[in-house]
Design a binder for this molecule. Structure first.
Ligand SMILES: Nc1ncnc2c1ncn2[C@@H]1O[C@H](COP(=O)(O)OP(=O)(O)OP(=O)(O)O)[C@@H](O)[C@H]1O
Ligand SMILES: [Mg+2]
Length: 255
């Protein structure tokens, strides 16, 4: 598994969680559509042999703002591979969708050049357990340093005020990793994925709540130069980055 060469003006956003079905592709395609609408043209790299992101891109109509697709999972000769993986010069955001079940080598290759890493997590016990393994692997195997401020969690398909939501928040707070958004369980995401669009392309009155949460993800992503500068200016920083809403578990905070 190979990611593009590091380019200093490129936010390389890797979305990963080896647990299947937690919302990696949904998050990747919605972030890509958001940046496409905003411009300049983002790139969406699909590292998953299932090719879900590329299938979504195929459904996209020509009238939609363009997204540069990179089918990184396709086997090809080394010479053409470097060409295939090239990111357009204008692109400022590269979104990388990753497969379920990653080897440790895959994990290192995927995260080596990442400037932002998003882990979507579902609120079931099985998913929370899998997510804790995934985060532990990111910290211990891929050597992602939490103080680099490049790792964040997006709670997905979550109903607030449920026991499982509390459990999820408790787990993440205990790791000190920011939960930057809580996406609700919403058919808007299902419809968007079927139509090759993002929620950003759907009528505002239908998607406003979902869009508010996506905006929090975008705000955190866009803060990446500040997150990096924090690191360079002060050696290390434990502060949450810039203009970011970090959700706290009220149970933990009050205790
Ligand atoms: N917030 C949400 N609300 C409702 N449905 C959702 C939401 N997020 C994802 N889904 C649906 O859940 C299913 C799995 O999502 P998705 O394909 O994004 O997961 P994934 O992590 O990419 O899966 P895989 O590991 O197989 O690649 C899809 O049918 C998707 O439409
Ligand atoms: Mg997927």
């Amino acid at each position: 598994m190979l990611i593009t060469p590091n380019r200093r003006d490129l936010n390389t956003i890797v979305i990963l969680n080896p647990k299947g079905g937690c919302g990696k592709t949904t998050l990747a395609t919605n972030i890509a559509s958001f940046y496409a609408k905003q411009g300049p043209m983002p790139a969406l790299m699909d590292c998953d042999p299932q090719g879900s992101s590329m299938r979504w891109l195929d459904k996209r109509e020509a009238a939609q703002p363009p997204i540069h697709g990179i089918a990184a999972y396709k086997k090809s000769m080394q010479a053409t591979r470097s060409w295939q993986l090239r990111v357009p010069n204008e692109t400022k955001n590269l979104i990388v969708d990753s497969p379920a079940s990653l080897t440790h080598d895959d994990l290192r290759a995927l995260t080596g050049d990442a400037t932002s890493i998003l882990v979507p997590v579902l609120p079931s016990s099985i998913d929370i357990h899998a997510a804790s393994r995934a985060v532990a692997d990111l910290l211990l195997v891929a050597k992602v340093d939490r103080r680099d401020n490049k790792l964040a969690v997006v709670a997905n398909r979550t109903r607030q005020n449920t026991k499982s939501f509390d459990k999820l928040m408790r787990f993440l707070s205990s790791l000190g990793i920011p939960i930057i958004a809580v996406m609700r369980d919403s058919q808007n995401f299902v419809h968007a994925s079927e139509e090759g669009v993002g929620i950003v392309d759907m009528p505002g009155y239908k998607v406003q709540k979902d869009l508010d949460e996506l905006q929090k993800v975008i705000d955190w992503l866009d803060s990446w130069p500040n997150r990096r500068r924090d690191l360079h200016d002060t050696g290390v920083s434990n502060k949450p980055a810039g203009n970011v809403t970090v959700l706290h578990n009220p149970l933990i905070n009050s205790g």
